[in-house]
Ligand binder design. Structure first.
Ligand code: HEC
Length: 141
């Protein structure tokens, strides 16, 4: 009995810890509605995974993709980050979508940095990242 209680307690404690940081792709799919006025998700064969606008770059495979590397006319600041060879990961993606201009200014250490993306996402970036990861190309071994 004692063991059962301890096991249940460990389960309760470990549950939220394990869930922390891991996004929910289903929730992210819905949340992507906030992005699709400006962003489509179109794979290399031209299949439209999410039909969207062309104001921003195609976000297919953006998880793990080199920053500012899609076929798109990026702003100067985001291009400058791309030139460092940096790749989008969960941390940079989440910080960027929460405040694109602020993230660029911090990353480039330049208070004059500008973003072509004005939209700011309040919460749920990890879910959107999980969704984009789930519909992106299989990760390279
Ligand atoms: C009002 C239009 C608009 C909305 C809404 C929008 N974006 Fe963007 N996004 C842009 C533009 C424009 C850029 C290019 C930024 C630049 O070049 O400075 C961009 C760039 C990006 C990039 C960089 C991609 C790359 O190729 O390096 C990511 C990641 C991104 N957006 C994610 C999102 C996500 C996720 C959402 C929804 C939560 C979203 N955006 C909503 C307009 C938008």
């Amino acid at each position: 009995m004692k063991h059962l209680i301890i096991a249940a307690l460990i389960g309760l404690l470990a549950g939220p810890v394990l869930a922390d940081g891991a996004g929910d792709a289903d929730k992210g799919k819905k949340a992507f509605n906030k992005c699709k006025s400006c962003h489509a998700v179109t794979d290399a064969d031209g299949n439209k995974i999410v039909k969207g606008g062309k104001t921003g770059p195609n976000l297919y495979g953006v998880a793990g993709r080199a920053i500012a590397s899609a076929d798109y006319k990026y702003g100067k600041s985001l291009s400058a980050v791309g030139e460092t060879g940096a790749v989008w990961d969960l941390a940079s993606f989440s910080a960027y979508v929460a405040d694109p201009k602020g993230w660029l200014q911090e990353t480039l250490d330049d208070t004059a940095a500008k973003s072509k993306m004005s939209f700011k996402l309040k919460k749920g970036a990890e879910d959107i990242y999980a969704f984009l990861e789930s519909v992106g190309p299989a990760p390279a071994e």
